[in-house]
Design a protein around this ligand. Structure first.
Ligand code: PLP
Length: 389
């Protein structure tokens, strides 16, 4: 068999036609497709506002700024995520801390958060913002997080980069609980624009600030102008009202995203079917499988297993090497952020978040993407069985 990657984009002829149509049109940077993609995405996620940006890293950065994160702010997130979930706070001059994970869901632990909040309250060091991550596509414990946010007065920026189309208590992620939610459309994610990101929110003022920051802090909307009578300046007039960035998406990216969005349910159903098959096929192996929760539906961005130390002495390093040598593109999600050299220089060390570190030492992400065939999946399972026995 050919090499099977852990993730792979699915690009159809319709996707290609949609991008081609933009390339043949007048407008390739900013045009009509971006707002269409934003509206369709907002509708699919049952939320008032969706703002498309160049990637999820920019989305996190702009959302932090719009939520007034700045020097002196404290931002908490999970160590089991891509570094971007923490870096966004540092871009704003804030300080970052982490909350250890729930070993079952691998999401930020509500119990650890509650303890940390009690301690922080006693010391007068409550966070301004929490960034929970819907790890592997499984929504975080959003209702409990919202209750704690309301009690302690911090905002929630949900990093749903893994979770486009997922739902919690029958509502799409991005529609409720969080103050703002970020999605990634990188090629390995469940929906792709090659590069791309989105912020959703029900707060119109927040949406407006993010849209302003996306494009240099400049507005051309007369209703928003700060200088009285500026409408008299003429149609060339615009105002820079904040120090923004160029974090815009292109029309080609939006066309690809919009086309993919039309297939999101089909792609998600295939991911679910493959996850169900893994659950069955792997049941007897010495592995800890991803948790399921009746009150939420995962987007199944990743199928991450752990080698169960009670039932296997095989190291993750040995399993990883054997699988890669057999052409199975396993991966590791993630190296805990606080153990990265950059974060150690900020004062973190190994041992700070033991549940995250234990998980990270044992985990492997198995191939999972819509075009993975049952035969390929059977092959992955057979190789894994041989490696573990
Ligand atoms: C991929 C990812 C990001 C960054 O997304 P980009 O679109 O590549 O910038 C942020 N957070 C998480 C959890 C991710 O998986």
């Amino acid at each position: 068999m050919q090499f099977i990657p852990y993730s792979r984009q699915q690009i159809t002829e319709d996707d290609i036609a949609a991008v081609n149509a933009v390339l043949r049109s007048e407008l390739i940077t900013q045009g009509p497709v971006i707002p269409r993609f934003e509206r369709a995405f907002a509708e699919r996620h049952a939320v008032a506002h969706a703002i498309a940006v160049s990637n999820a890293t920019a989305a996190l950065h702009l959302a932090c700024l719009a939520l007034r994160v700045g020097p002196g702010s404290r931002v908490w997130t999970t160590p089991i995520s891509f570094v971007a979930s923490a870096n966004c706070a540092l871009y704003c001059g804030a300080t970052v801390d982490f909350v250890d994970i729930d070993p079952a869901t691998r999401n930020l632990s509500v119990d650890r958060l509650r303890e940390k909040l009690e301690d922080a309250e006693a010391r007068g060091k409550l966070p301004h913002l929490l960034i929970p991550v819907d790890f592997a596509g499984l929504p975080a414990d959003l209702r409990e997080l919202r209750m704690l946010a309301d009690r302690y007065g911090f905002a929630i920026l949900e990093d749903a980069s893994h979770a486009t189309g997922a739902s919690y208590l029958d509502r799409p992620v991005g529609s409720a609980w969080a103050d703002a939610t970020v999605f990634s459309f990188h090629a390995v994610k469940v929906l792709t624009c090659a590069e791309g990101g989105m912020v959703t929110t029900n707060d119109p003022a927040l949406a407006q600030r993010i849209a302003l920051l996306r494009s240099h802090g400049i507005t051309r909307d007369e209703a928003e102008f700060e200088f009285a009578g500026s409408g008299q300046h003429g149609p060339w007039y615009y105002e820079q009202q904040a120090l923004g960035f160029n974090a815009r998406m292109t029309e080609m990216q939006a066309a690809l995203g919009l086309s993919q969005l039309g297939r999101l349910d089909t792609m998600q159903a295939r991911r679910e079917a493959l996850a169900d098959r893994y659950d069955t096929l792997l049941a007897k192996l010495p592995l800890i499988l991803p948790a399921r929760r009746d009150d939420r539906r995962s987007a199944w961005h990743l199928y991450a297993v752990e080698i169960d130390p009670k039932r296997s002495a095989l190291s993750r390093e040995a399993a990883f090497a054997a699988l890669r040598a057999a052409g199975i593109g396993v991966n590791v999600h993630y190296i805990p952020i606080h153990t990265q050299p950059y974060y150690r220089r900020l004062g973190f060390s190994e041992g700070d978040f033991p549940a995250a570190e234990r998980y990270a030492a044992r985990t492997l992400s198995l191939p999972l993407f819509p075009a993975l065939t049952n035969a390929q999946q059977d092959h992955v399972v057979e190789v894994l069985r041989a490696v573990l026995s």
